[in-house]
Design a protein. Structure first.
Length: 247
């Protein structure tokens, strides 16, 4: 039997498929390191146990797969029927036995990967609508899932750190975070500055009352996504404080 392969031909899509599969493998390894009893402990997300987090990651794969189905068929398949339905799904999923939660994550991830694999090359620019109401090409689902699996692998608290996320993913995550702050019109102007040779920056130039936060890429991302306190960063214009809300 001949193995089925990705139909995507766009080099950017092919690279994004490789990146999301690497992130999925990292989440899978983190999850496999948990004992069944470990599921009852708190995750790195306030108010969520590891049960909630694992249920969320599993159901997110199903929701993203619905968008890919939308692009494949041309028939609308929203991620969720409503924000309330999404939350109820997670709460119910958190009551499942650990083995059921493991199976949910594994099977949902496989189904999503198959839908990506089988999506015709000329369908990757088909427009779909995210749960936040953004109109995006379905190729954006690769990044949406990459973001989920890497950050939530850290949130499982198994030893994986923000430092372990690949630099290209960290850079794009900071693009997302600061972009959202800007679109929301945060009252304070934030500028993030990466130390070292790269010296990448995010945000506007400091103005009167603005705040500049400087440090290495991992420290900036941990703080900006609420996964670090800002320790080890250099602050100009303010004392260390929590980052503005992201998601």
């Amino acid at each position: 039997m001949v193995a089925r392969t990705d139909q995507a031909t766009d080099p950017a899509v092919v690279a994004a498929l490789a990146a999301v599969r690497l992130g999925t493998a990292s989440f899978r390894r983190a999850l496999s390191s948990l004992s069944d009893d470990d599921f009852d402990a708190a995750s790195g997300l306030p108010g969520w146990s590891r049960r909630h987090l694992v249920a969320h990651v599993g159901y997110n794969a199903r929701a993203v797969a619905r968008l890919v189905t939308w692009a494949a068929t041309g028939i609308e398949h929203p991620m969720y029927s409503s924000p309330q339905a999404r939350q109820q799904e997670i709460e119910l999923g958190a009551t499942l036995r650990p083995q059921a939660l493991r199976s949910l994550c594994e099977h949902a991830a496989i189904e999503l990967d198959v839908r990506w694999r089988d999506l015709p090359a000329d369908h990757w620019q088909y427009e779909v609508v995210t749960a936040q109401g953004r109109h995006v090409p379905v190729s954006e689902t690769l990044w949406m899932r990459t973001r989920e699996v890497w950050l939530h692998a850290v949130d499982l608290l198994t030893g994986l750190r923000v430092h372990d996320i690949p630099d290209p993913v960290k850079i794009r995550l900071l693009d997302d975070v600061v972009g959202l702050w800007s679109r929301r019109g945060e009252a304070v102007t934030w500028r993030l500055v990466e130390s070292g040779d790269a010296a990448r920056t995010w945000g506007a130039s400091p103005v009167h009352g603005g705040v500049q936060v400087s440090g290495d890429l991992s420290g900036l991302l941990a703080w900006a996504t609420g996964r670090g306190t800002g320790g080890g960063l250099t602050w100009t214009g303010a004392q260390p404080q929590p980052a503005p809300r992201w998601l």
